[in-house]
Design a protein around this ligand. Structure first.
Ligand SMILES: [Zn+2]
Length: 231
């Protein structure tokens, strides 16, 4: 099979890709892949500090996300600036995501699950909406030249080869992240505005990664569904 060279991780909020895929991203970077992050929302709602303003929080979370990306060796981070908590599946969002796929021309796209589960944090409304939009953009919107004619001639159609969909229940793909688990924790720690008790969070993240790895005999894992596109 052809080598994966370019990877695009598209998520709803700053910190989503660290929770779901930081270990996998660190391994892809180590293997020589060029990884780009696209963050759809501005993260303006994620604070329990009653003195925090959305304006200040947006700046803090952008900085935190850039630091986390740097920790993992991610090449660049793009923010689409949609309102946190209010993402809808609109033509504008589908065009913007299609444009980023055409711009960065990834072999592999990593995204969130479009499905509701009773893990309310993981299946946050924005995650489901963005996950569904990303899949719609991989096929057919980024691929077809007649979709979003306004993107031409700057953004030529692009065919993505594979998709990893972040997934915890009966995943198709379990990635061994044992030797990069410490980097994942370091990247997560960059999102300081999101955690009051990072030690407690680290314990929970390690426990979950251990559960995911158990069936395959890995100390720690991340898990995905795996879609391979027809050529
Ligand atoms: Zn999120």
């Amino acid at each position: 099979m052809d080598r994966i060279e370019r990877v695009l991780v598209i998520t709803a909020h700053p910190d989503d890709s660290e929770f779901g895929a930081a270990g996998t991203v660190a391994k892809l970077v180590r293997d020589g892949c060029e990884v780009t992050y696209v963050i759809v929302t501005n993260g303006s709602k994620g604070s329990s500090d009653r003195w925090m303003t959305s304006e200040r929080l947006i700046r803090i979370r952008e900085e935190e996300q850039r630091n986390a990306a740097r920790t993992l060796g991610v090449e660049r981070v793009q923010f689409l600036g949609y309102e946190d908590g209010e993402v809808e599946d609109t033509r504008d969002l589908r065009r913007d995501v299609s444009r980023e796929i055409r711009r960065w021309r990834p072999d592999l796209v990593i995204c969130q699950s479009p499905n509701r589960s009773y893990n309310l944090g993981a299946s946050h409304r924005d995650h489901r909406t963005v996950g569904g939009v990303v899949l719609d953009c991989v096929y057919p919107l980024a691929r077809d030249h007649l979709a979003f004619p306004e993107l031409l001639p700057d953004y030529e159609p692009h065919k993505v080869r594979e998709i990893y969909v972040m997934q915890w229940e009966n995943p198709q793909l379990v990635v061994d992240i044992s030797d990069v688990m410490d980097i994942k924790i370091k990247a997560l720690a960059c999102h300081a505005s999101q955690f009051r008790d990072f030690a407690g969070l680290e314990t929970r993240v390690r426990e979950r990664a251990a559960v995911l790895g158990k069936a395959k005999g890995h100390a720690y894992a991340e898990a995905f569904d795996h879609i391979e596109m027809q050529r």
